[in-house]
Each structure stands twice: as structure tokens, then as C-alpha cells.
Design a protein around this ligand. Sequence first.
Ligand code: DGY
Length: 318
Amino acid sequence: MKILVTRKIPEAGLKLLKERFEVEINPHDRNMTKEEIIDAIKDKDGLLCLLSDPITAEVIDAAPNLKVIANYAVGYNNIDVQTATERGIMVCNTPGVLTEATADLAWALLMAVSRRIVESDHYVRAGKFDGWAPMLHLGGDIYGRTLGVIGMGRIGTAVARRGALGFNMKVLYTANSPKPEAEKEFGAKKVSLEELLRESDYVSINCSLTPETKYMIGARELRMMKKTAYLINTARGPVVDEKALVEALKEGIIAGAGLDVYENEPELTPGLAELDNVVLTAHIGSATSETRTKMAIMNAEDIIAALKGRKPKNLVNP
Ligand code: DGY
């Protein structure tokens, strides 16, 4: 059987696939275009793709033999799961293995923007540091403040746990259903989005991107936040109206933002990169060697299971 891998991933996963199947790996050091995927997928039984590959009905229909799609990510908003399901194609993702790495990155952004780490680093490197000063690079307190988590799934819970247990923070959250374990473990409180935005000193976005969550945070919601509050997004860019965010950051509607994901990734909304009160990373939530290796193995094992007639562990089809 034949597999297409749309970008080189850690060898541990590729090895598992190469031992069993004929594997075509994108030879370029760049993502494949949609046209290249359509061309390469024609005779494939399995696809291992990235969160940035749009696996639309057009792509799926170009692959009459396709039986399984494994997305090298936990989020799978890039895949038309409904069409895949209608065609009897299994869709898999990588939940769990990237939870802690992504929560760590959310915290790295939170601390970096609040304590002005990047700005201060640039200042020192530019030779501007001429000694300790009482008013230099003042940031916001973190310990004991209020953390609002939008989307209390695996990653949201891991972000919240760090705040509650490590930084003595009060945790507010929104979710589709109550999370009694988080409430019991560290006193998290389920509130409305409006209450979360009004009360939190730090707002961390950890929900998946769906038609319901697209633009969940726009100009109106940003105005509900405290002027001293920070917004952290390690989930998906389109949950935030990025143009409204740039305006809010420029006008001091909120204090700052830490972003790992962008509305039109990898494009940035004009003005975003010029702001000092924002820290930007390149969608690296799961980017540790250990985590990326686990994701590669997880995808490979699910493809093997699907093509050997077993049920993959991480199916997302309804
Ligand atoms: C995912 O896997 O969906 C995340 O975006 C990783 O950062």
C-alpha cells in the first residue's frame, strides 16, 4: 500500500511506515501546495498531513484509494471530516501527547509578554541598558492573579493547573460542559465568557476552531477585558479577530498579547509585528523533540492500524 507524507517528520514515525508500506515524502523543505498534494495523493491509501494542509473535498476526491488521513496535530480544522466520513475514510489526530508541551508554551508566552522579556532582551542587546532603574520595563504581576481559560479541554486544563498550583491563581473557565475534576483539583470556576473576560488578568485561548468559535474574540470582547489584562492564544488564529486585536493593542484597550497562532497563518495582520506589547512565536506549541517524535509514532501507528483492518486509537470521525 502507498502512503503520502506531506512534510518530513521525525524518523521514528517514518521508519514504522517505511517498514510496511511504500512511502512518498515531500522532498522539499517547504509545505506542499494543494495542487502538489492532489497530484501526489491520486494512488495513495494513506495520508499523513500537517495542520496547514487544507484537506478539502477536492483533495479527498482526488484520492479514490484513500482509507486513512492522519493529521500531525491535535487540531483538525484543516480537514473536511464530513466529506472524509461520507467517503468511508478514517481521520486521526494526535491528542494527549502534546498537551504539556503546548501548555508550557502558553505559559512561556504569558510570562514573556507580561514581564516584557523579549522587549528587555532587545534593549540589552542594543546596548541601551545603562544600569538598574526603578521604572524600567515594568510588567504585570502573575502570582495570585486571575487566569481565564477559554476551552477547558486537555490543554486548557494543563494551562490552568500550572496557574493554580504553580502561581496560586484563581482560575475561571468556559467550556461546553462543566469540568468537575478541575473544579475539585484546583478550584476552577465555570463562568460565562463575559464574566471571564471582565474578571481575568490573563486570558488563555485553548478551544478548538469551529464555526462557533471563529471570531469569538472580537472588538466587543476585547473591550470587556481589563486594560491591564493579557491575551494568550496557542489554539487557532481565527478564534480571534486579528485586526480588532491589533487596534486594541495599539489603543491600550488591553495590555498585551502572546500569540503562537494567526488568523491567516503564516501571514500577519499589518501592524501586529510592529507592536512592542505583543510576543509572537511561529506555531511552536508542540515543538519539542520528544513531543514531535511521539506525534509521529502516534500517526504512524494509527495509519498501520487502519490499513491492517484494525481500529486506529485516535479516530475523530463522528
Ligand atoms: C495542534 O497540534 O493542533 C497544535 O496547534 C500544536 O501546536
